[in-house]
Design a protein around this ligand. Structure first.
Ligand SMILES: NC(=O)c1ccc[n+]([C@@H]2O[C@H](COP(=O)([O-])OP(=O)(O)OC[C@H]3O[C@@H](n4cnc5c(N)ncnc54)[C@H](O)[C@@H]3O)[C@@H](O)[C@H]2O)c1
Length: 239
């Protein structure tokens, strides 16, 4: 029987590459993203089924969880991957980051990156298969400083703490929750000024990071953070 997978943020970047990789491996995949014909077409182009959900809303999450459950035989692997940065990609990154806290962007980055993960895990944990796993896309910003976007860094530290704290709870049920902390990936979220100031090789192809997310989902521990490697293992633990 095909494994059932759920990927949030599946209309773009890393989530889209991950949905395609999972479909290519023979998994049944539900791709979650904000409503919209373009996003639906992007998700469906991977071979995944589309479920619209604003991950910042727990009500949306409960509805989406029921829809995903009806589309999949079982929910075996969940990737809580949707995320945003505080500024839009085209905004400068050399403005005062302290002043950014008054912007809507501050609330939004916490809503998507923190509520989106916690509400997703809350809605999906009761439906997760007996040996199922949840994998969160964190960031190297969960492990250190990101001076141009301290709010983004705070959200990634928050979800890293959530994952580490729930590791034993999931393990006691035979399930797992872990996070991957990637560095730069070549996707739309990357600020334009950052992209143009750094060598293109700074940003990994989404496909490579998607492989690492699958490796995390198949790893044996729970409550662990991982980074990417360049070897065949794809991932290494952050201790
Ligand atoms: N690109 C990088 O350099 C990088 C590095 C480390 C971690 N990450 C993380 O990778 C994850 C994926 O981001 P990406 O780089 O593919 O960016 P992206 O902008 O290409 O994709 C993000 C997706 O999330 C969706 N999304 C945003 N708000 C949503 C909401 N409220 N409800 C549902 N979906 C929503 C968007 O529509 C989009 O499809 C994020 O968690 C991001 O923080 C990215």
């Amino acid at each position: 029987m095909a494994r059932g997978a759920i990927v949030t943020g599946a209309a773009s970047g890393l989530g889209n590459a991950l949905a395609k990789l999972l479909v290519d491996r023979g998994d049944s995949v539900v791709g979650i993203d904000l409503a919209g014909a373009d996003r639906q077409a992007k998700v469906e182009s991977t071979g995944a089924s589309f479920v619209a959900c604003d991950v910042t809303s727990i009500e949306n999450w409960h509805t989406a969880a029921r829809s995903a459950s009806s589309l999949l035989d079982s929910i075996d692997i969940v990737f809580l991957n949707a995320g945003v940065m505080t500024r839009s990609p085209s905004q400068p990154i050399d403005d005062d980051p302290v002043a950014l806290a008054t912007d809507d962007g501050y609330r939004k980055v916490f809503a998507v990156n923190v509520d989106g993960v916690i509400f997703g895990a809350t809605a999906l944990a009761p439906l997760l298969a007996a040996s199922g796993s949840i994998t969160v896309t964190a960031s190297t910003a969960a492990l250190g400083a990101l001076p141009f976007d301290p709010y983004y860094a705070a959200t990634k530290h928050a979800v890293a703490g959530y994952v580490k704290s729930l590791g034993a709870v999931f393990a006691a049920r035979g399930q797992r929750i872990n996070a991957l902390c990637p560095g730069g990936i070549d996707t739309n979220i990357v600020p334009d000024p950052l992209r143009s100031s750094m060598p293109a090789t700074t940003f990994r192809p989404p496909h490579d990071v998607a492989r690492a997310l699958i490796a995390v989902s198949e790893s044996s521990g729970s409550g662990l953070l991982y980074t990417l490697t360049d070897d065949a293992n794809f991932i290494a633990r952050v201790d």
